[in-house]
Design a protein around this ligand. Structure first.
Ligand code: HEM
Length: 190
């Protein structure tokens, strides 16, 4: 397993299956509106996962790292309406996958989860983050904390060869309600 998941001498383990450029046009977004309203947006997107090597922490922990960039456009007007960057990291000693993400609303988070079943072409990744947690947590600028707070995040990614499917749930405290802002898409390696 480790041979096939090694790129330029670094073993990316469960992250190896993600490396590359992906595109998909079956995206469905559900986003909050005031009152009982919500909006549904159909979208297309590209996601790039780039293998960038490994890092060592406190001389003991070595993480292999992918850097990613996701650019999402509304089908109705071709405008980019979600832009996200971050890293995926794998700690082989604890079977932990971590995702750090930043979105240009003034929201950042670090999500984590365990991944043990994978090979070079197939993997299922689940990571979660919760506001207030000191390890896998969420931070946001004061306006968002007060008006559109992200309270929890879950991200489920499945790769089978050249097909990638994801679904994510971003729990928001907004417009005096708790709202499950969801996104999902199917992508193909390009
Ligand atoms: C494919 C992924 C995503 C898409 C297409 C998307 C799209 C949207 C849209 C259309 C809105 C409503 C904006 C408005 O009404 O002005 C929204 C709101 C929001 N999104 Fe996302 N989003 C995505 C992922 C995320 C993620 C991962 C987070 C945070 C972890 C996030 C956090 C928020 C927040 C905090 C708001 C509330 C701001 C507001 O509605 O005014 N979103 N998103």
């Amino acid at each position: 397993m480790s041979e096939a998941t090694t790129i330029d001498g670094v073993n990316y383990g469960p992250l190896a299956a993600l490396v590359g450029n992906w595109a998909g046009d079956k995206g469905v977004d559900k986003a909050p509106e005031p009152g009982d309203d919500e909006e549904k947006n159909l979208y297309y997107e590209t996601i790039t996962y780039e293998a960038i090597g490994d890092v060592t922490n406190a001389k003991k922990q070595t993480l292999s790292v992918l850097r990613y960039h996701q650019v999402v456009s509304r089908k109705s007007n071709d405008e980019v309406f979600h832009n996200e960057t971050g890293y995926l990291m794998w700690d082989p000693d604890t079977d932990t996958v971590m995702q750090s993400l930043s979105i240009p609303r003034g929201v950042v988070l670090l999500a984590g989860g365990k991944v043990t079943e994978y090979d070079a072409a197939n993997v299922v990744i689940d990571v979660t983050a919760t506001a207030g947690a000191l390890d896998f947590g969420i931070l946001q600028q004061p306006f968002m904390e007060q008006n559109a707070k992200t309270t929890a995040f879950t991200h489920h990614i499945t790769v089978e060869g050249d097909k990638l499917v994801y679904s994510e749930s971003t729990m928001l405290s907004i417009y005096d309600k708790e709202y499950d802002h969801t996104d999902r898409n199917r992508l193909t390696r390009v």
